[in-house]
Design a protein around this ligand. Structure first.
Ligand code: NAG
Ligand code: NAG
Ligand code: NAG
Length: 266
């Protein structure tokens, strides 16, 4: 811990001790979203699915997703820490990464690519002229998940959304790639305070049913980012996946019955 943050922790502890009740402020159970541009607020013609999630839930949703981030840069920039600091017991954090986590560290490090591997492997790299140690995707998400759970929070690991699966002309989606598998494995390893939603597969399934023309028009800029209408479809796919699995930590907080949500259970 940096000495400055140690000082602020001490200052906070002092404030808490001197507060008359000594209790942490009570507020509604809250859902936090951690992810990249595909989940984040609107930016020009594109919108992330996190914007539409609140329409389906009866809990407050705080969208902390931000464009261009990976499991690594979200961690290094302190964005998981920011969430971990404010969560209270039973808050739920939905985590979805993968679009910016690929790429190679060997030619040039963009600050986002992760070290290949599934566990504690590390890579030595240089970023911004600094020697840095880069960890694996499962490492970053496991560390974040453990810290959330240690504060009494619950984790929903969500697999990354697919790029437009119709871009070759015909529909093509297999397993969504390694970051999908990693998200699933991390959720399992975190135990009973974590769960997994195969958001990638649910989204692909709905895109399949919409056909090529119907899906293409949801991608106004490139094959990754959706329009607001597309973001609504992608948000509903998440909720479908959640409800088909019984709702998990959000059971009782989803406004919609499983049958009323488009798509089929996989
Ligand atoms: C990374 O650098 C450290 C020293 O800074 C060295 O001990 C370690 O062997 C290096 N690891 C790899 C994989 O090159
Ligand atoms: C798509 O599939 C059809 C047959 O199902 C085939 O005739 C056509 O060539 C395929 N198109 C592309 C672009 O792969
Ligand atoms: C659930 O219902 C609300 C309207 O009450 C709607 O805005 C939302 O999109 C629906 N969600 C799903 C997943 O169908």
């Amino acid at each position: 811990m940096h000495s400055s943050s140690l000082l602020s922790v001490l200052a906070l502890a002092a404030t808490t001790l001197s507060a008359p009740s000594g209790h942490v402020e009570k507020r509604a159970q809250t859902v936090y979203l951690a992810g990249d541009s595909t989940m984040a607020k609107a930016n020009g013609v594109i919108t992330g699915w996190g914007v539409f999630v609140p329409y389906s839930l009866s809990l407050p949703v705080v969208n902390k997703a931000i464009g261009g981030r990976s499991s690594r840069s979200f961690t290094v920039e302190g964005r998981f820490d920011e969430i971990i600091e404010v969560i209270q017991p039973n808050d739920i954090v939905i985590i979805e990464f993968g679009h910016n986590d690929g790429g190679s560290l060997s030619s040039s490090d963009n600050g986002r690519s992760v070290c290949p591997g599934t566990g504690a492997e590390t890579c030595n790299s240089t970023y911004n002229d600094q020697a840095v140690t880069v960890h694996t995707f499962p490492y970053y998400l496991t560390e974040a998940g453990k810290a959330i759970i240690a504060k009494g929070g619950k984790v929903i690991m969500s697999s990354q959304t697919p790029n437009n699966p119709w871009e070759s002309g015909n529909f093509s989606y297999t397993d969504g790639g390694r970051f999908v598998t990693f998200a699933k494995d991390v959720a399992k390893a975190l135990g009973s305070n974590a769960m997994y939603v195969d958001h990638g597969a649910y989204t692909a399934s709905i895109f399949n049913s919409l056909g090529k023309a119907g899906t293409d028009k949801l991608f106004p800029q490139d094959h990754t980012h959706t329009s607001p209408t597309g973001a609504d479809v992608v948000a509903k796919a998440f909720v479908k996946g959640l409800q088909c699995g019984g709702g998990g930590f959000l059971k009782g907080f989803v406004k919609n019955g499983t049958e009323t949500i488009p798509g089929t259970c996989l």
